[in-house]
Structure formats: structure tokens, C-alpha cells
Design a protein around this ligand. Structure first.
Ligand SMILES: [Zn+2]
Length: 385
């Protein structure tokens, strides 16, 4: 028997065409299919979801979160910030390393409804033994170890190097040079976290190549990607020219409205929106991926732009072909959400507040064509017509 589902009357956001059109979406055996194909199935077997008044999008992808619960001090429950918040794919950004990836896989990847991928920390220890994981160069994963684990574990999509003073201590730029070497051999992207120097961006950016990702790109600390007059520093500009990508990575101290506004004023460059969500910033200031997206809406980005940033552009960044799209045949991960009107005062990581008139609110989340989460209140339940 085929599993047939039609999501009816939703405002469908296509992040590839950047359009919002009211229409139906067909799903057959967990994959997107033309509605006509679905209607050819046994009428009594077809399920319907009424999405009238709601937006329907490919499932949201959060490129930077920390979900190694119980084994790292940051770790938060994956589904709580995943499918329950409309996020169908979470990429854990460096919580695990070579030494404890297996544990991460058993305890988190294999037990979550949310799809879990990972940037593997270049420190073997990941974040399981505190937050200065690159202070000791002897902890760096070797090229041989990296080759072995990347070959075996397909959920690992790249490397994570947290390049700020408190993480690297006396190691300076060395850990990133090491990551560069591994990335060049294995052809995998590096997600680099930037923060308080050392090392400074003049050392970091020249080591990044096409496809690498700079997270916390819009922090409000000194020595960021923009200079005092709001221009990108030359090293950042040339990195962007080479195909390096920017990511938000909101976090406790890494997203500034001021920086974002100044960037928006001068640059029309696509970036991904991610949360860097973990236990201590979940209630404030991050909230969720949808809350973070709502902040970008309030800063003047359009709904299609913010949705594209967590679907098409996020999938493209880590080379996913099944996610971030509504193409026929692709895996049917779907986020259905509402836009709540109001006046919410939301803070960035600097304590600046912004009035947000529209807040994205999760309504229903589908993974491979099955309902993984639905909001209990105000839900128009799945009904058979
Ligand atoms: Zn992080």
C-alpha cells in the first residue's frame, strides 16, 4: 500500500523560485509528488492536512546548534529545538569529536525524531571536557583519524574549528591550519567560529576557501567583519569573493542587530540563519530558529529570503540534495508555520531590543512525509475528506 498525503490550501513557499503561492502539495511514500499522482491512489487511503492560513515550506535546517545532551555542558534536547520548533534537520556544530562521536551517534542521532548531522570538532574531545578544546595541540584529530571517521560516518558534513581566544588559548592559529590541511585532503567544509581574538580575522580569513562557513559572522564584538565605517575588512571581502559563506549562529553573545543592519545597508550577500542554541540561551536571547528568523524579518529581510536561508541556502551550504527543496522525488520534510501578528520586543546578544510585528510560530512538522510534531492548540487536525 502506498502512503499518500495531500497538504491542502497552504501558502507554499518555494525557496528556489522565491515565491509564495496558495496551492496543494502532494506526498507519496515519503517523497514529494505531483498532486495528480497522489489522487490516483485509493481514495480511502489518501490523508489530508488542511494548511489553510498557514505557510508551507521545505523543512527548516539549523546549521549551528548544540544538542549533545547530558555529555556536554551546553547540550539541549534535540527534538525540543528541532521538530517541535519546525526544524527538520539540525547540524550539531562541534559538540562531538573523534573520541566521542560514537556516543553522540548512539545517544542523540539514533534517538531523535529530528534529522541530526554534525560538524565534527577538530579536537578529538569535542566539547565533552570543557570549552577550551583547542588549548592543547595534542588533542587535534589526526588526518588519518579524520579520514577513517569521515569515510564511515555519513552524518558528518564537515569540520568545526572554534577560533577565539578562550578556546585556543596559546594555540593561536595552529588549530585552523591543521583543519585546513584535513579539509583539503578530504574535500569537506570547515565551519569556523569567530569571536574575541586572538587569533584575529586577518589570520583566520586567508585560511578559508570556497565552501567554508564563518559562523557568528554578525557578532557585535570588536574586530568583527565590518570596520568602524561599516565596510567589510579586506580579508573578509576577498574570502566572500572566493566563495566563503556567512552564517548567523545567534548564541548568547554572537548576534548584533547593529552589525546586521550595517551589513544589510551595504551588502546583498546571502547568508544562512542558525541559532547556536543550547541550554543556557534557549529561553533568552535565542528562543528558537523561528524566533531568530523573526528578528531578521523585523530587520527588513523578506519572508522568502529568511525561509530560503534555512532551506535552499542551508542545504546548498552542506551539499544536501534531499533537503531544502520541494522538488518531486525529494524527501518530504515539511515545515508548516503561522505568522503571528503582534508587538514582541526581542533582544539580540548585545541586549538591544527590536519590536517584531510578525513572529513565525510552528504549527506542524513532517519528516519523510510523516507528522513528527503538531501543535495541540488551534490545530486543524489531519482529516480524511
Ligand atoms: Zn556554537
Amino acid at each position: 500500500m502506498n502512503e499518500a498525503l495531500i497538504i491542502q490550501n497552504g501558502l507554499v513557499i518555494d525557496p528556489e523560485a522565491l515565491t509564495i503561492i496558495e496551492k496543494d502539495i502532494g506526498i507519496l511514500n515519503g517523497r514529494f509528488a505531483p498532486v495528480e499522482e497522489v489522487l490516483k491512489q485509493d481514495r480511502n487511503e489518501i490523508q489530508y492536512i488542511n494548511a489553510s492560513g498557514y505557510y508551507v515550506s521545505p523543512g527548516f535546517i539549523d546549521l549551528h546548534a548544540h544538542i549533545f545532551k547530558d555529555y556536554t555542558e551546553l547540550g539541549i534536547d534535540a527534538d525540543k529545538v528541532g521538530v517541535e520548533q519546525g526544524v527538520t534537520t539540525i547540524v550539531d556544530a562541534g559538540s562531538s569529536g573523534y573520541e566521542n562521536y560514537n556516543l553522540f551517534k548512539e545517544e542523540i542521532i539514533n534517538t531523535s525524531k529530528t534529522e541530526i548531522l554534525a560538524f565534527l570538532n577538530i579536537s578529538r574531545k569535542g566539547l565533552c571536557h570543557g570549552l577550551s578544546e583547542l588549548a592543547n595541540l595534542e588533542d587535534l584529530m589526526t588526518l588519518e583519524e579524520a579520514r577513517e571517521i569521515f569515510e564511515k560516518e555519513k552524518s558528518i558534513v564537515g569540520l568545526k574549528a572554534r577560533m577565539s581566544g578562550s578556546v585556543v588559548k596559546d594555540s593561536g592559529i595552529q588549530p585552523l591550519k591543521h583543519a585546513r590541511n584535513i579539509a583539503d585532503h578530504l574535500h569537506k567544509p570547515i565551519m569556523v567560529h569567530i569571536g574575541n581574538p586572538p587569533p584575529n580575522l586577518q589570520e583566520i580569513f586567508p585560511l578559508l576557501n570556497k565552501g567554508d562557513i564563518v559562523t557568528h559572522a554578525f557578532h557585535g564584538k570588536k574586530h568583527g567583519v565590518l570596520n568602524e565605517t561599516g565596510e567589510m575588512i579586506p580579508e573578509a571581502l576577498s574570502a566572500i569573493g572566493r566563495g566563503v559563506r556567512f552564517d548567523i549562529g545567534h548564541g548568547t553573545s554572537s548576534f548584533s542587530y547593529r552589525t546586521m543592519r550595517r551589513f544589510k545597508e551595504k551588502y546583498d550577500i546571502a547568508f544562512t540563519i542558525s541559532t547556536d542554541i543550547y541550554k543556557k540561551n534557549y529561553s533568552h536571547p535565542v528562543g528558537s530558529l523561528m524566533v531568530t528568523m523573526s528578528k531578521l524579518l523585523a530587520l527588513g529581510y523578506s519572508l522568502t529570503e529568511v525561509v530560503a536561508a534555512v532551506t535552499k541556502w542551508a542545504a546548498d551550504t552542506i551539499h544536501l540534495t534531499e533537503q531544502g527543496t520541494l522538488s518531486y522525488g525529494a524527501r518530504a520534510d515539511v515545515t508548516i508555520f503561522g505568522l503571528e501578528e503582534g508587538n514582541s520586543l526581542l533582544a539580540d546578544s548585545e541586549g538591544d531590543e527590536l519590536t517584531c510585528h510578525q513572529i513565525l510560530t510552528p504549527y506542524m512538522t513532517l519528516r519523510t512525509g510523516k507528522v513528527a510534531y503538531k501543535k495541540e492548540d488551534g490545530i486543524k487536525n489531519i482529516r480524511a475528506l
